[in-house]
Design a binder for this molecule. Structure first.
Ligand code: NDP
Length: 255
């Protein structure tokens, strides 16, 4: 039997960017631990297909299609939750994009797009969630950072800046909210098998670099984030604040 500390029964979790990839794996994992889940993405058709598939498996699933960079849409979504009596107990800020260009070739529009989607979105969605969690004196915020939250890498400057920001934004959230019963923590995935990395996975040289550089000698599977996500979303982590847990096959730990 699973320790009841890890049970999410009776909780509702919003996972941004959960129509596919890591967000979908995390949402499914939270649902398996007992949570009702609210899926999110921008492509409403894909989102509904994903929601229907999870519902068919017996999970309690609803969906909210909105762009996490659109302040008005984020605010309106939480107002709709209020009107429908939906209280978000767990927020996973997962939506994100990648864009590769050397710094000297990078234009401001693409810099802003990556920062907005990977960092500013976590501020916007967490602000609305926390306004509602604070009076209830409980809540869990799990921000999806990256191996790049602590390391630089050529050609992904805005991504590394955003993910570094996620790490310290998480610490700032913990500083403001821990005493009010809300825990904010982060997960730093390594190289995972998702659409975002498809070009890298298909590149024989890059694939062998990942396997050589990662102590586990392989890419990570999306479902391998579930353990950390359930831990950080559950009462098992009630005294854990402002931390980042790297789930990267050991890549960030060794040279
Ligand atoms: P995918 O590209 O596979 O999926 C991205 C998800 O985010 C989709 O559900 C997409 O929705 C959604 N999304 C993108 N932009 C927005 C937006 N503006 N508003 C709402 N939803 C949006 O990415 P991954 O699953 O690989 O990555 C998920 C997170 O994990 C990201 O934050 C990424 O940076 C991080 N990460 C990924 C790693 C990896 O190796 N894959 C490693 C470390 C961190 P839609 O389907 O509608 O497009």
């Amino acid at each position: 039997m699973t320790n009841p500390l890890f049970s999410l029964a009776g909780r509702t979790a919003l996972v941004t960017g959960s129509s596919r990839g890591l967000g979908l794996a995390i949402a499914r994992g939270l649902a398996e631990a007992g949570a009702a889940i609210v899926l999110n993405g921008v492509n409403a058709e894909r989102l509904e297909e994903t929601a229907a598939a999870l519902r068919a498996e017996g999970f309690s699933v609803s969906s909210a299609a909105f762009d996490v960079t659109d302040e008005a849409a984020v605010v309106a979504t939480f107002e709709r939750f209020d009107a429908e009596g939906v209280a978000i107990d767990i927020l996973v800020n997962n939506a994100g994009i990648q864009y590769r260009k050397p710094i000297v070739e990078l234009d401001l529009a693409n810099w802003n797009r990556v920062i907005d989607t990977n960092l500013t979105s976590a501020f916007l969605v967490s602000r609305e969630a926390a306004k509602r969690m604070l009076p209830r004196k409980h809540g869990k915020v799990v921000n999806i950072g990256s191996l790049m939250s602590g390391l630089g890498r050529a050609t992904v400057a805005p991504y590394t800046a955003a993910k570094g920001g996620i790490k310290t934004l998480t610490q700032a959230m913990a500083a403001e909210w821990a005493e009010h019963g809300i825990q904010a923590n982060a997960i730093g995935p390594g190289y995972m098998l998702t659409d975002m990395n498809q070009a890298l996975i298909d590149n024989v040289e890059f694939d062998s670099w990942v396997k050589g550089r990662t102590p586990s000698r392989r890419w990570g599977r999306p479902d391998e984030l579930i353990g950390a996500a359930v831990f950080l979303a559950s009462d098992a982590s009630n005294y854990v604040n402002g931390q980042i847990i790297y789930v990267d096959g050991g890549m960030s730990a060794v040279l």
